[in-house]
Design a protein around this ligand. Structure first.
Ligand code: LCS
Length: 388
């Protein structure tokens, strides 16, 4: 994986031996003549036509992510949500039903609501830890199981082998949002998933300078999506952003190792602090899904969430007292970021639903960065002291 991340596919000989992949920052491609345009549009000649329909830099990224996830093909989008929506609109039609992990990113929750209200696509959020739960929530019209694992921001895991085996028996497509892990920590297709989506804004980009999404799946599904919900809805990525992701991917392994090590160190410190309660971190030996995390993920990831004693007011006071750590949504960047899911990323989720997911007013989510572990801790420690 470390080597695959670094070595791209493009044919260097065609590009003056360039080490880095070239950036084709162009909106369109010139045909030799009218007949060639006709041949390209009719699919009788391969070649580029217009960058919404395909671009060499973007294609390079699509091949790379597909290789890293061990899928057959990939597609790149202008945001994680463009990727998620293109996938769900491609898979579902009016009257269908989707089963969703209890806890998903706030805008994915919003999208499910939109699809229900406008297009009559039903959904149920369920705890996917037990087979009987899934079996009993399944309906005749259930076409898709959609999960995040670990779930944003509660860090609960979904057992991918369990759900994919149930889905296969019932002819249901499994979509896994692999944003929190990146292909370096978890490869859902190896565990039976059909489609993987990423907010590439996060670990794949890794530098807080791109919003992007990626999808990996079978050749047949990706082609179908490219010719429908990607081409006609049009949430494509810009060539420059694709180029930045190709650049980010080269260092994914070293960055992820550091994110994971730093998170583990912070967990060991946070658990001893009296102002902190209920840390959710898959690498906690007492975490109820610790064994599953060990089995399913290469390391435990770079995120942890915890509750600050004293509720929302104390949680906000703690965040305001941080000096180096930045108060910001997003995750997977070099900088350690902290956010308050109840009032930020998951504020669109109704309170009862949010609390059922485990997103309380006391919960803060830390995206552990690449700084020196002791520096991150000393910032957290001084802020915890300030809240008394
Ligand atoms: N899936 C997951 C698991 C996410 O965390 C996000 C964004 C998305 C999809 C959507 O990706 P985007 O369109 O933003 O590229 N999560 C965010 C978060 O936790 N803080 O800010 C954004």
């Amino acid at each position: 994986m470390e080597s695959r991340l670094i070595h791209s596919f493009f044919d260097r000989k065609k590009h003056f031996g360039s080490l880095a992949p070239p950036l084709y920052q162009t909106s369109t491609f010139v045909f030799d003549n009218a007949e060639q345009g006709e041949l390209r549009f009719s699919g009788n000649e391969s070649g580029y036509m217009y960058s919404r329909l395909g671009n060499p830099t973007v294609n390079e990224l699509e091949k790379k992510i597909s290789d890293l996830e061990d899928g057959e093909a990939g597609a790149a989008f202008g945001s994680g949500m463009a990727a998620v929506s293109a996938v769900l609109f491609a898979l579902l039609k009016s009257g269908d039903h989707v089963l969703v992990s209890e806890g998903v990113y706030g805008c994915t929750f919003g999208l499910l609501g939109l699809m229900k209200d406008k297009f009559n696509v039903g959904y149920d959020l369920i705890n996917m830890n037990e087979e009987k739960n899934i079996e009993s929530a399944m309906k005749e019209n259930t076409k898709v199981i959609y999960v995040e694992t670990p779930i944003n921001p509660t860090m609960k895991l979904v057992d991918l082998e369990l759900i994919t085996s149930i889905a296969k028996r019932n002819g249901i497509t499994v979509v896994v949002d692999n944003t929190f892990c990146s292909p370096y920590l978890q490869q859902p297709i190896h565990l039976g998933a059909d489609i993987v989506v990423h907010s590439a804004t996060k670990y794949i980009g890794g530098h807080g300078d791109v919003i992007a999404g990626l999808v990996v799946g079978s050749e047949e599904f990706i082609q179908e999506m490219k010719l429908s919900t990607q081409k006609d809805i049009g949430g494509i990525i810009s060539p420059f952003d694709a180029w930045l992701l190709l650049r980010g991917l080269k260092t994914l392994a070293v960055r992820m190792d550091r994110h994971c090590d730093n998170a583990h160190y912070l967990f060991s410190k946070l658990k001893q602090h009296p102002n902190v309660q209920h840390i959710v971190y898959p690498g906690d030996g007492n975490f109820e899904q610790y064994e599953l995390a060990r089995r399913q993920m290469k390391h435990f990831g770079g995120l942890l969430s915890f509750e600050i004693k004293g509720g929302k007011e104390k949680a906000q006071q703690f965040m305001n007292s941080l000096r180096m750590i930045k108060v910001a949504v997003s995750l997977g960047d070099a900088e350690t970021l902290i956010q308050h899911p109840a009032t930020m990323t998951h504020s669109v989720v109704p309170t009862s639903e949010r609390e059922r997911m485990g997103i309380t007013d006391s919960l803060v989510r830390l995206s552990v960065g690449l700084e020196k572990d002791e520096d991150i801790w000393s910032d957290i420690e001084q802020a915890l002291e300030k809240i008394g």
